[in-house]
Design a protein around this ligand. Structure first.
Ligand code: ADP
Ligand code: MG
Length: 397
């Protein structure tokens, strides 16, 4: 089943229609003030398209974890205010989710006007994907647009259930995720190189197994490399290492060989004596990590090896930093890989919360083709799982 064939905003006529849009307005708040409006800004292309095409726009989102009951600290009212500023027009805020206020506002909307209903998780049926709640959402509108990629891995009433009752298409954000992540998995420009890092093998087993069937080269760095070192019988010192995953690491190495996938591990490492930002450090070959030392980044020889493998790539999928990139002394490997990806000219796709944060913080965000807007959702996408919020959307004819 292909996810590449979903209907988009531009496949339907929205003029004069009531359109229920599921956004990701799950913004960070401090004392009721939005501390980053990045997610609101990201939602603007879809909303502006709808407004400019004369739709009556009913916006929705979750915010935080209010546990299925009204909790004023998770009200979306600050989002309506910020959205109004960004759009240059009033976004009316309903005082409930599917009650009198939301329905009255929805009924009174004129073409080209927008409103926001309250946090969908104020309703206990939301996370249970309750059909009764999904029907109430659907009854407010003629069309459903899902643009909340960050919640697309959840089958909830406003992300999936509603699509059972009215025509359902994706907005620009989800369309872009499908195009790039879906495209890289289903029909990549080759060679396809995947770079995996981050702390633990156990977090990425599904991703590794799925990618082994698709990639030409798999590069492993970061903390998860040390479980593979242990599998090879190398001393890992005090490096992060999942002993109970050594058999699995061996199976993965074996399977990569059988599938003809080039599998690259670090050949040297930047090691420290303590898990501390200013710990003393030095570089050492991979089969030689001394007792009492831990690998905190890939080393300079590995930077060159990985950069060479990335150079000829047609497509790069990258998830997980190469070391503790939050600390300057151990960010070098991640910077080297980011530089190689940026210079490769390949289609580059970054998925994962910490990877995205690292790429942004290190200044490479505008050099990547696509930075995914969903942490958990992009991992599940890379694992080859069917995302309910995308599966529920209508296929193109
Ligand atoms: P993502 O969120 O992009 O999927 P992960 O959560 O898997 O990435 O991994 C990111 C974390 O891995 C970071 O906090 C980073 O400090 C940690 N990490 C990377 N390399 C190491 C290492 N060698 N030792 C300990 N932690 C590491
Ligand atoms: Mg993470």
């Amino acid at each position: 089943m292909s996810l590449l064939n979903k209907r988009t905003l531009e496949d339907i006529d929205v003029s004069g229609k009531r359109v229920f849009v599921r956004c990701d307005f799950n913004v960070p708040l401090k004392d009721g003030v939005i501390t980053s409006d990045k997610r609101i800004v990201a939602s603007l292309p879809t909303i502006q398209y709808l407004l400019q095409h004369g739709a009556k726009v009913i916006l929705s989102s979750h915010l935080g974890r209010p546990k299925g009951a009204v909790d004023p600290q998770f009200s979306l009212a600050p989002v309506a205010k910020r959205l109004s500023e960004l759009l240059g027009q009033d976004v009316k805020m309903a005082s409930d989710v599917v009650g009198e206020s939301a329905n009255a506002l929805a009924a009174s909307l004129q073409n080209g006007e927008a409103m926001l209903i309250e946090n969908v998780r104020f309703e206990p049926g939301e996370t249970k994907n309750d059909p009764e709640l999904a029907k109430k959402f659907a009854a407010m509108a003629d069309i459903f647009v899902n643009d909340a990629f960050g919640s697309a891995h959840r089958a909830h009433a406003s992300t999936a259930g509603i699509a059972n009752y009215i025509p359902a298409v994706c907005g620009y954000l989800i369309q872009k995720e499908i195009e790039f992540i879906g495209g890289a998995l289903e029909n990549p420009k080759r060679p396809l190189v995947a770079i995996l890092g981050g702390a633990k093998v156990s977090d990425k087993i599904g991703v590794i197994t799925n990618l082994l069937d698709k990639v030409d080269t798999l590069i492993v760095g970061g903390g998860m490399a040390y479980t593979f070192f242990a599998a090879k019988g190398w001393n890992v010192g005090t490096s992060i290492c999942e002993r109970d995953k050594i058999d699995l690491a061996l199976q993965i190495l074996d399977s990569a060989e059988k599938k003809g996938v080039k599998f690259l591990l670090p050949i040297d490492n930047r090691i420290g004596t303590e898990y501390k930002e200013d710990t003393e450090w030095r570089d050492i070959d991979s089969d030689n990590i001394p007792d009492g030392w831990m690998g905190l980044d890939i080393g300079p020889k590995t930077e060159a090896l990985f950069a060479e493998a990335i150079k000829g790539a047609g497509t790069v999928i990258w998830n997980g930093p190469m070391g503790v990139s939050e600390w300057d002394n151990f960010a070098g490997g991640t910077i080297a890989v980011a530089t190689a990806v940026a210079e490769s000219g390949a289609i580059s796709i970054i998925g994962g919360g910490d990877s995205t944060a690292a790429v942004q913080k290190l200044g490479f965000a505008d050099k990547m083709t696509h930075i995914s807007t969903g942490g958990g959702a992009s991992l599940e996408f890379l694992e080859g799982k069917a995302l309910p919020g995308i599966v529920a959307l209508n296929d193109k004819d």
